[in-house]
Every structure is written in C-alpha cells, then in structure tokens.
Design a protein. Sequence first.
Length: 92
Amino acid sequence: MQQPNIILSLTTDLLAYGGFSHLKDDQVSNLHHLLLRLKEPLDRVQENLLLTFWTHADAGIIPAALLYRCNSILQQRGLYPIGEMYLEAEME
C-alpha cells in the first residue's frame, strides 16, 4: 500500500484544484460522500476506488507537480495516467 494517507490527500487536492469539475454533479457528490466515509488507513479496495476517480480527472487544470505525483502512483498500479485516456480517445 501507499503511504497511509497519500492517496486520500492527493484526491482531496485534485478536488480542491477543480480536477473533477467537468464530471456530473452526482459523480462529484458521490466522491465527496466517499471521502467523508473513508477511514485511514485505506484498504486496497478503497484506494482503487479513489484511483478510478483520478483517471477521470481533467489534466488541463491540475498543477504540473500534482499531476506528476498522481500519475506516478497510477503508473505504479498499472493504470492509465491522468489525461492519457482522453488523448487516446481523441486519436481514434
């Protein structure tokens, strides 16, 4: 597992910087409720649930340092980096 609170902390940062502002209101609401219910340390299922939200974040408005930290964790887990899924969809 990652450091005890890094995934939760980075998720909160992504939310604060508007990384999820393009999602539907109910999706953002679900994320808020999820964050309120989670207890640290997160188990692997909880971490993966948050990482799923990360893959849908908007890379265009996230500060570069935050994007780098998030993408490093996603790649360590074998997931697509933030923004890459959208680039692939545009190319098709």
